[in-house]
Ligand binder design. Structure first.
Ligand code: GDP
Ligand code: IMO
Ligand code: MG
Length: 441
C-alpha cells in the first residue's frame, strides 16, 4: 500500500504531568510502524510495559524495542547517560531482547557526566532555593550545558582527541563550581575520562546521524512513531514553569529533537489518565484530599517507575487537558487507568478554574497564580463494577461510558482508545475513530 509520507507518522505524548501510560500505548501502537523514535528527555523517564507476565521498564530506549522487527532511534534532543544506557541495553539483552542492529543513537545527542547530577544539588538541596523535586539524574544541568554551547555530544565523545580537550575544559569548570559550593569530593577526572572512553567504544556501532536515518526511512515509505517522555505540562516552555523538566516534551519538540521536519510529522495523540498524577513539586489544582489521594495511589500503584517516589494523585483536570490539546493539536486521546476508578462511588472532574471567585478562562502563566486557582468540580457517579482488563467498549458499565463521554466533551478531543489494565492487550480501540485511521496510516 502506498503511504503518504506527510501523514503516516504519529506522535504519542503525555497530556498531563507524565506517567500517563505512554510506554504501554507506544508498545501497543508500534505494531503499525516501522521505527519508534524518542525526541527528548533522558533516563528521568520510566516507561512501563507489561506483556503477559513480563514487566519491562524502559528509560532511554524507545518502547518499540519489544517488537523484534522494529528499529528504534534515540534522537538528538535526548540527553544520554552512557552508563544508564549501557545498563539498559545489557538488561534488555539479558531478557532476550536483541538490540544490535535495531537501536540507533544520534551522534548529536548530548552526554550526561557524573558532575551533572552532582551540580543538580546546587539548585535542589541548598537552603533558600526552590527545589523542583527532580529525578536527580543530571538532566537539567546537561541541557544547561547544551544551551550554553559548552556541552559534549556523542560525536565528540567518539573522537578521542577532541573529547579529551572538551572534557578537560568542562570538567575543570565543574570542579571549580563543586569546590565553591562545597559539594562532595573532588571528581577524579582522569578516571571519569577513561570510563567515558570505554563507553564510547561500546556505543560506537549504534551512533549515527539519526536525522538522516529517519528522513531516508520516511522517504522510502516507512512509518515512524514518535514517543514522548514526561508530559506536556512538564514541557520547558509550555509547562508549569519552573516546575518542569528541561526539554520540549510537546509535539513541537519532535522536529527539533529528531531532525524530521514539521511537514513530515503527521498525527498527534495525547495520553491521559482517567484521573491525574504528578511527581515532584509544583502547583496541582485538582490534587485530591489525602484520603482520596491515598486511595488513588494504592489502586493505581502510583509510585515512580524511576525513583520509587509516591506520586501525588488527583482528579481529571479538563482545563489542563484542553490546554495541552491546544498546544499539541491532539487529534485523539487515549484514556488510561480507567480501571483504577472502579473503586470510587463518586468521581469529581474539574471542568473550570476560578480565581478570587471569578471564572478564569485561561491557563495561568505563573505557578503563584496556578497554585491559587480553585477548581470547579462536577461530580459524576461511579460504576462500582470491575472494568479491569475489559477489551470491549460496549461491555463497559454504562456509567463508565458516561464518564468517558463526559471527559471527551470536556477535553474537546475524541477518545480513540481506553486502557483498562497494564497488560498490552487490556485496551479498547474505538472502531471507526480518528485514532483507528491514524494507526492505519
Ligand atoms: P509512562 O511514563 O507514561 O510510560 O507511564 P509509567 O509507566 O511511568 O506509569 C504508568 C503505570 O501505569 C505503569 O505502571 C503501567 O504499567 C500502568 N498502567 C498503564 N496503563 C494502565 C491501565 O490502564 N490500568 C492500570 N491499572 N495500570 C496501567
Ligand atoms: P515519564 O516519561 C513524571 C518530573 C520530576 C520533576 C520534574 C523535573 O516517565 O512520564 P527532571 O529530573 O526531569 O529535571 O525533573 O519533572 N519528571 C517526571 N515526572 N514522569 C516523568 O517521565 C518525569 N520526568 C521528570 O519529578 O518534578
Ligand atoms: Mg513514567
Amino acid at each position: 500500500m502506498a503511504v503518504d509520507p506527510n501523514m503516516s507518522n504519529l506522535t504519542v505524548l503525555g497530556a498531563q504531568w507524565g506517567d500517563e501510560g505512554k510506554g504501554k500505548v507506544v508498545d501497543l501502537f508500534s505494531e503499525h510502524f516501522d521505527l519508534v523514535a524518542r525526541y527528548q528527555g533522558g533516563h528521568n523517564a520510566g516507561h512501563t510495559v507489561r506483556i503477559g507476565e513480563r514487566r519491562i521498564i524502559l528509560k532511554l530506549v524507545p518502547s518499540g524495542i519489544l517488537r523484534p522487527r522494529k528499529r528504534v532511534v534515540v534522537g538528538n534532543g535526548v540527553v544520554i547517560d552512557p552508563a544508564a544506557l549501557l545498563e539498559e541495553i545489557d538488561a534488555l539483552e539479558a531478557a532476550g531482547i536483541q538490540t544490535t542492529g535495531r537501536l540507533f543513537i544520534s551522534n548529536r545527542a548530548h552526554v550526561i557526566f557524573p558532575f551533572h547530577p552532582l551540580l543538580e544539588s546546587i539548585s535542589e538541596k541548598r537552603p533558600g532555593r526552590v527545589a523542583i523535586g527532580t529525578t536527580s539524574r543530571g538532566i537539567g544541568p546537561c541541557y544547561e550545558d547544551k544551551v550554553a554551547r559548552r556541552g559534549i555530544r556523542l560525536a565528540d565523545l567518539l573522537d578521542r582527541e577532541s573529547f579529551r580537550n572538551l572534557f578537560r575544559n568542562l570538567a575543570e569548570d565543574k570542579n571549580t563550581l563543586r569546590a565553591a559550593f562545597r559539594l562532595g569530593e573532588p571528581l577524579e577526572l582522569a578516571k571519569v575520562q577513561e570510563q567515558y572512553e570505554a563507553y564510547a567504544e561500546r556505543l560506537r556501532p549504534m551512533v549515527t546521524d539519526t536525522a538522516r536515518l529517519l528522513n531516508e526511512a520516511i522517504a522510502g515509505g516507512k512509518r515512524v512513531l514518535f514517543e514522548g517522555a514526561q508530559g506536556a505540562m512538564l514541557d520547558i516552555d509550555h509547562g508549569t514553569y519552573p516546575f518542569v523538566t528541561s526539554s520540549s516534551a510537546c509535539a513541537g519538540g519532535v522536529a527539533t529533537g529528531t531532525g524530521v521536519p514539521p511537514s513530515r510529522i503527521g498525527g498527534v495523540v495525547g495520553v491521559s489518565k482517567a484521573y491525574i498524577t504528578r511527581v515532584g513539586g509544583g502547583p496541582f489544582p485538582t490534587e485530591a484530599s489525602s484520603e482520596a489521594g491515598q486511595e488513588l495511589r494504592e489502586h493505581g500503584h502510583e509510585y515512580g517507575a524511576v525513583t520509587g517516589r509516591p506520586r501525588r494523585c488527583g482528579w481529571f483536570d479538563a482545563p489542563l487537558v484542553r490546554y495541552t490539546a491546544m498546544i499539541n493539536g491532539f487529534e485523539a486521546l487515549v484514556i488510561t487507568k480507567l480501571d483504577v476508578l472502579d473503586h470510587f462511588a463518586e468521581i469529581p472532574v474539574c471542568v473550570g478554574y476560578r480565581l478570587q471567585g471569578q471564572p478564569l478562562g485561561e491557563m495561568p502563566a505563573t505557578n503563584q497564580t496556578l497554585s491559587q486557582v480553585e477548581p470547579v468540580y462536577q461530580t459524576l457517579p461511579g460504576w462500582s463494577t470491575p472494568t479491569s482488563g475489559m477489551t470491549s467498549y460496549r461491555a463497559l458499565p454504562g456509567r463508565a461510558r458516561d464518564y468517558l463521554r463526559f471527559l471527551q466533551e470536556q477535553a474537546g478531543v475524541e477518545i480513540g482508545a481506553i486502557s483498562t489494565g497494564d497488560e498490552r492487550r487490556q485496551t479498547i480501540l474505538i472502531r471507526g475513530s480518528k485514532l483507528e485511521k491514524l494507526l492505519q496510516g
